[in-house]
Design a protein around this ligand. Structure first.
Ligand SMILES: NC(=O)c1ccc[n+]([C@@H]2O[C@H](COP(=O)([O-])OP(=O)(O)OC[C@H]3O[C@@H](n4cnc5c(N)ncnc54)[C@H](OP(=O)(O)O)[C@@H]3O)[C@@H](O)[C@H]2O)c1
Length: 277
């Protein structure tokens, strides 16, 4: 059965390879990208590689809430339903930076933009009985969350901000699974592997941290796309909604991922920050 699939951050790495694999299976793909020229280039690549003409580019900068609203409106105007949403865009930032709306960049690009995008698309996701897939990371295991300094104003460490944002990807999937189960929505988070992408450019400190975790080789972006593709297409995994995956299997997240109070707090704060209520 052909699905309508929305993927963020498809101009590089895991996102590109996820789009190629799913386009190759004949699904309709909406690529949400901040750089439209780059997105169009990838779209042409995908057409050449897969012969699938149902691949579309929509501008969406996850670190700009009005851009996220615009992208959601465009999708709502074009589509009746969405079957899969893959929240993939993101990264780690050596220096503290701010999003268009003044939020710390790691938090904004990895979490808050996707929070707004997902909730804005909820009518389409409900119609499509959708799966929502968040690309998290094992880096969440180093997360120490300080809700009093969510924007890292007091101190900024890239690994700390990134670990927290990736923990938030897990919390967000769990909350979606819980809050929207009765609407037929399922949600998952995953670690894609230690993947050879543009992610690592300039990030030697973080690279060392991962080496400490004992990973010796990086996998290709194509291999990094395997778990997102699996979660997007594997039949009969609905009973695993809310869980964290690695290597196409349920995996154990850090103990902090089971802190339901922190998870609820994140939801409430995120709602406030994007002005949903
Ligand atoms: N690589 C790893 O080992 C690894 C491990 C665990 C988790 N992850 C996660 O996997 C996901 C994909 O990363 P990757 O490894 O494929 O890295 P990548 O090659 O750097 O790709 C990141 C993608 O996200 C896009 N992006 C970044 N900020 C954005 C924004 N504000 N708005 C819209 N798009 C934005 C980039 O767009 P541009 O082309 O415009 O920059 C690019 O398409 C990330 O969430 C990352 O945290 C990666």
């Amino acid at each position: 059965l052909h699905k309508t699939i929305v993927i963020t951050g498809t101009t590089s790495g895991i996102g590109t390879q996820t789009a190629i694999a799913l386009a190759g299976e004949g699904h309709t793909i909406y690529m949400l990208v901040r750089n439209v020229a780059k997105g169009e280039r990838e779209k042409r690549n995908i057409l050449v590689q897969t012969r699938n003409a149902n691949v579309h580019v929509v501008e969406c900068d996850l670190a700009n809430l009005s851009s996220v609203h615009k992208a959601a409106d465009e999708l709502k105007a074009k589509l009746g339903s969405i079957n899969v949403l893959i929240n993939n865009a993101g990264g780690i930032f050596q220096q503290r930076g701010l999003s268009k709306d003044g939020f710390e960049m790691t938090f904004a690009a990895n979490h808050l933009g996707h929070f707004l995008l997902t909730l804005s698309l909820m009518p389409l996701l409900e119609k499509g009985q959708a799966r929502i897939i968040n690309i998290s990371s094992e880096a969440h295991k180093a997360a120490k969350v300080d809700f009093d300094d969510l924007q890292s104003e007091k101190s900024y460490k890239s690994i700390k901000a990134y670990g927290a944002a990736k923990l938030f990807n897990i919390y967000f999937a769990q909350s979606l699974a819980e809050k929207y189960a009765d609407k037929g929505i399922t949600a998952y988070s995953l670690h894609p592997g230690v993947v050879d992408t543009r992610f690592w450019i300039d990030y030697k400190g973080f690279f060392k941290f991962l080496l400490k975790l004992g990973r010796r080789f990086m996998v290709t972006a194509k291999q990094g796309a395997e778990t997102p593709v699996y979660l997007a297409t594997q039949p009969g995994i609905e009973n695993l909604s809310g869980l964290y995956f690695k290597n196409k299997e349920v995996a154990k997240p850090a103990a902090i991922a089971h802190d339901a109070q922190a998870r609820e707090k994140l939801w409430a704060i995120s709602e406030q920050l994007v002005n949903l209520h």
